[in-house]
Design a protein around this ligand. Sequence first.
Ligand code: ADP
Length: 375
Amino acid sequence: MSRVSFSDIKKMYGDVLAVEDVNIEIKDGEFVSLLGPSGSGKSTVLRMIAGLEDISSGEIKIGDRVINDIHPRDRGIAMVFQNYALYPHMTVRDNLSYGLKLTTDLSKDEVSSRVENAAEMLGIDDHLEKKPAGLSGGQQQRVATGRAIVREPEVFLMDEPLSNLDAKLKMHMRTELQRIHDELETTTVYVTHDQEEAMTMSDRIVILAEGHIQQIGTPDEIYNRPANLFVADFIGSPAMNFFDVRLEGAALVSEDFEYPLSKSTAETVRDSTTTSELTLGIRPEDLNIVDSPGERTIEVTVDVVEPVGSDNYIYAEVAGEEVTVRVPADVKPTVGETISMQFSEDDIHLFDTGTEQNVFAGTEHMASHVAESVS
Ligand code: ADP
């Protein structure tokens, strides 16, 4: 187990800037996901830890050791790839032991014992004599994970390890990997573009966009206190709703509605930004349908009602903008109907429209943020 720290990491591929200003402190035993859209720089960061890419500038440490110039084999890392990269002509047992035999001087008995322990932990001990072609996708994934486990590394590096699995198996393997992490407590850096994976598995998430870190936080912080518009939009499904508003007196005024804020909230907002041009963000589950229009309601026209089992997603329109509302399954407005929506000041997020930075998050979010950091 070891901590991993990044100071001012930058990576250029020729003239192409891949990542810049990467500063992260990953604690001993922590499970940290690198999350972002395709091309945001996640794999580059992981591959620099692994030694598969040179570091253009800055320093990466594992424990107290700067690893920039250390041979990949001597870094104390083990990597699990998306495509498993198993040797097709070898049995599972040989796939698991091959790397150890090649790169360590462990005794035969020690190698067998590690292989058998890992196979048992992963529930593939009955398949040790089979070839990869005779295994299901989930079992192949387990062999790939087992190959990393037998190395007993200081750090696991995982690059989209579940992306080739179907939805059900993916969910199952998510819990498997969490169980393994709980058992081994090995520091893990996990690359994914799947927010659900990152949200359910990680102690903390690093969100990347266009080679820059947008936010580092626990899943709760990222969801409830997104640092900027990118994170607010990227995390959450369906995505957060956004409205262009102006702060006028103590009210948020848009083309289509006016929303009075409490005096204290208006003051807090004014203190944290110089602009009155704001973007109001509200998550679909924080919008409530009410019977009749009134103060603090927004009138919207229903476009689509999409049942998803436990809930309905309502896609509606206000002043040409789409709004998504998440309601219980028994609430089913008619398409074309005008409905009134209400939301609490405690649930709003406000962003400076120019800088895109968060300038206010309602007390609901503050409360859960505090609860998380205390626990
Ligand atoms: P992600 O893993 O988030 O999809 P990558 O780390 O693969 O992102 O890529 C980050 C950026 O670096 C992208 O702009 C990508 O096109 C560029 N890039 C990645 N690998 C190379 C390479 N070998 N040569 C040139 N550019 C690359």
